[in-house]
Design a protein around this ligand. Structure first.
Ligand code: AMP
Length: 293
């Protein structure tokens, strides 16, 4: 595995590779990330993993400063995972006008998505998905703009809305990139693996699978009670929120949506996704479950 920081070295390492599979991450790697790497390796393409904690996607009061940075441990995990190139860019490589003294990325050209990015997590984290889409487009350009003929990028369904945003960006910018979506890897009690789980106290960790369990309950109830009207679906969402509150969560949202548009489900389709975001203390966790009726 080659570890690369600079754009010129990256271009050299990827020169002439006909197929490249990219797994963008923010590091502090766990089995969820490794499952993406495994799927990337299974494509037979040259595998690039990136680790970059992107300041542009964090709000002013969010956890950018304390986000776990564990590069040595991440390198050890990736060493025998079938990765060809680990790209660990510096801020200036991603943001040419980065200004550390001003704590500014200097980025004044943004990928700004509307419909799919304004809702759910986008409503409570304004600008978050612009930051995500912008950094991902930059990574695509850095990694794939080397004459590679087949470009593949892998993202986890754990971040379901992020996946929709990326798909929409690829579609609307006509990017010749295949997006592979990978299933969510969970702890035995159902908690989705996340770098932010490390923020939880033991008492919070004991409660944390409640988000998944509540979403699962609601999805099963919807399946059992089908057909539900739009108003009944909204009532099911409200019930899930109340259950989470009783379990000790501060709820941001629980919504049952159409999996393609992420608009609130109206009860007339066959495929659904229930998404939730809620806080245990200061820690904001998200999860989702897709289901069919
Ligand atoms: P992050 O480092 O949190 O930005 O995540 C990098 C990639 O890993 C994203 O595509 C995530 O959706 C994916 N990912 C994070 N957690 C999981 C998980 N538990 N299962 C599968 N993929 C995940």
């Amino acid at each position: 595995m080659q570890i690369i920081q600079h754009q010129s070295e990256l271009r050299q390492a990827l020169q002439g590779a006909p197929r490249i599979a990219l797994v963008p991450t923010m590091g502090n790697l766990h089995q969820g990330h490794l499952s993406l790497v495994q799927q990337a390796a299974a494509t037979g393409a040259l595998v690039v993993v990136s680790i970059y904690v992107n300041p542009l996607q964090f709000g002013a009061n969010e956890d950018f400063n304390r986000y776990p940075r564990t590069l040595a441990q991440d390198i050890a995990l990736l060493e025998n995972a079938g990765v060809d190139v680990l790209f660990v860019p510096e801020n200036h490589t991603i943001y040419p006008d980065f200004d550390a003294s001003q704590r500014s990325t200097g980025q004044d050209v943004l990928v700004s998505l509307t419909a799919v990015a304004d809702r759910l997590c986008g409503a409570s984290r304004p600008g978050h998905f612009n930051g995500v889409a912008t950094v991902v487009l930059k990574l695509f350009n850095l990694v794939f703009f080397n004459g590679c003929q087949q470009a593949i990028a892998l993202f986890g369904k754990k971040d379901f809305q992020q996946l929709s945003v990326i798909r929409q960006m690829v579609r609307q910018f006509n990017l010749p990139i295949e997006i592979i979506a990978a299933p969510t890897i969970r702890e035995p009690d159902g908690l989705a693996l996340s770098s932010r789980n490390g923020y939880l106290s033991p008492a919070q960790r004991a409660l944390a699978s409640g988000l998944y369990q509540t979403l699962l309950n609601s999805a099963q109830q919807h399946q059992a009670q089908h057909p539900l009207s739009s108003a009944q679906i909204r009532a099911l969402e409200a019930q899930a929120q109340a259950q989470l509150q009783q379990l000790g969560w501060r709820v941001d949202y629980v919504q049952i949506c159409h999996p393609d548009t992420l608009l609130p489900a109206q009860g007339k389709q066959a495929s659904y996704v229930i998404l939730g975001a809620a806080y245990l203390g200061e820690t904001r966790l998200i999860d989702n479950i897709e289901y069919q009726i």
